[in-house]
Design a protein around this ligand. Structure first.
Ligand SMILES: [Fe+2]
Length: 130
C-alpha cells in the first residue's frame, strides 16, 4: 500500500491533494484488480490512465502560470509516461501483460516522479511566493 506522507509534499496544496488522490486510486486498483474479469480490469486501468492525464495537464498549467523554466522538460516526462502506459495497455489487451504489472509500474513511477521532478517545481513555487 502506498501511503501519502509529508516527504511526498511538493509544498503546493492543490498539487499535493491530486497526488494523494492518485496514490489512493493506485491502492484501490491494486485491491480491486484481483478476482475481476478483464472488462472491469480494463476499465480500472483506463480510470488510472485518465486520471494521470488529467493530473498531468493540471500540473502543466500550474507550472505554466508559475513561469517555471523546466516546463517543457517536465511535459516531456509526462508524455513519455502516457506513451509507455498506452503501450502497456496494448500488451494487456493482447494478454501479454497483467493489469497488476501496469499498476505496479505506474505506482513506482509516480513516487519517483513526485520525489524528483515534481519537487523541483514545488521548490520553485515556494521561492516565488516568498
Ligand atoms: Fe509531474
Amino acid at each position: 500500500m502506498l501511503e501519502w506522507n509529508q516527504k511526498l509534499s511538493v509544498g503546493v496544496e492543490s498539487i499535493d491533494l491530486q497526488h494523494r488522490y492518485l496514490l489512493d486510486l493506485i491502492n484501490r486498483l491494486s485491491i480491486e484488480l484481483e478476482g475481476h474479469d478483464s472488462a472491469y480490469q480494463a476499465r480500472l486501468i483506463d480510470e488510472l490512465g485518465s486520471y494521470a492525464r488529467q493530473h498531468f495537464t493540471a500540473e502543466e498549467n500550474f507550472m505554466y502560470k508559475l513561469g517555471y523554466p523546466g516546463l517543457e522538460d517536465h511535459c516531456k516526462i509526462h508524455q513519455d509516461l502516457l506513451e509507455k502506459l498506452h503501450g502497456q495497455i496494448g500488451l494487456y489487451l493482447m494478454d501479454m501483460l497483467d493489469a497488476e504489472e501496469i499498476v505496479k509500474y505506474v505506482s513506482a513511477w509516480a513516487v519517483r516522479h513526485v520525489l524528483t521532478d515534481d519537487k523541483k517545481f514545488g521548490e520553485f513555487a515556494t521561492k516565488a511566493k516568498s
